[in-house]
Design a protein. Structure first.
Length: 234
């Protein structure tokens, strides 16, 4: 990845072109999924980071091995839909009930001394409600419509793809924003000295959930949705 190749690209495009860049942005706290449409300079300035520092790290990725299995942009769209369902949807569905329970439990036990836990619990209950419906709509409406369009289906399926993606992009904004708030409230998942084992487990699970959500939303916002819209609007 040369500095010239980075010119004019959004952070989402940079990661879509080379998934190794995700680790650079993650370490810098730069949002490449919901905030993926922002340019590199703008994203760095929001975090108080010198863009040249990030460009240097991105260029240095050339010395790291490339995993061709993660070249998501080259995948057939139907296969990408299946991958998202079998990897990220399953992860979300498995972890949502546990996190609703654990965030509620530590809020009830430690909320008096750590009132931020009450807000974290409230936010995650809302994330749970939103994502359950969101994933259901993707699996039952959007993904089948994308596959139908790929098979040469009717204008009705194209209209479904366009309307669903328009709405679902906003749902991604909510989920990503809510997890950002949880991260800030928890001081980026730093367990206080009086935190119990359940406290530690909860924060570890929240961190893992956030990391997975970033990749999940990136694959949809910056690759799947864009390619599906390009086909549906032909």
């Amino acid at each position: 990845m040369s500095s010239k190749n980075l010119s004019g690209l959004s952070v989402g495009e940079i990661v879509a072109n080379d998934f190794r860049a995700a680790a650079v942005f993650k370490n810098a706290g730069i949002d490449y999924c919901c905030g993926g449409k922002k340019g590199l300079t703008e994203s760095c300035e929001e975090k108080g980071i010198n863009p040249a520092t990030i460009v240097k790290e991105l260029v240095e990725l050339e010395s790291d091995p490339v995993n061709p299995a993660l070249n998501f942009r080259e995948w057939e769209l139907g296969f990408l839909c299946d991958y998202i369902m079998n990897t990220h949807h399953k992860f979300v569905l498995k972890n949502l009930p546990d996190l609703v329970f654990y965030t509620g439990k530590i809020a009830s036990v430690h909320g008096e001394h750590h009132p931020e836990l009450v807000e974290i619990s409230r936010l995650f209950v809302k994330i749970n409600e939103e994502l359950l419906q969101h994933l259901k709509n993707e699996e039952e409406v959007l993904f089948p419509a994308i596959k139908a369009v790929l098979a040469g289906a009717s204008e009705e399926h194209k209209a479904t793809v366009i309307s669903e993606i328009t709405r679902m992009a906003g749902e991604h904004e909510f989920a990503g924003g809510a997890m950002d708030s949880i991260s800030e409230l928890s001081n980026h998942y730093l367990v206080p000295e009086d935190g119990c084992n359940t406290y530690s487990v909860t924060y570890k699970l929240l961190q893992e959930f956030e990391d997975d959500l970033h990749v999940h939303v990136h694959l949809e916002n910056n690759i799947l949705y864009l390619k599906a819209l390009a086909i549906a609007t032909k």
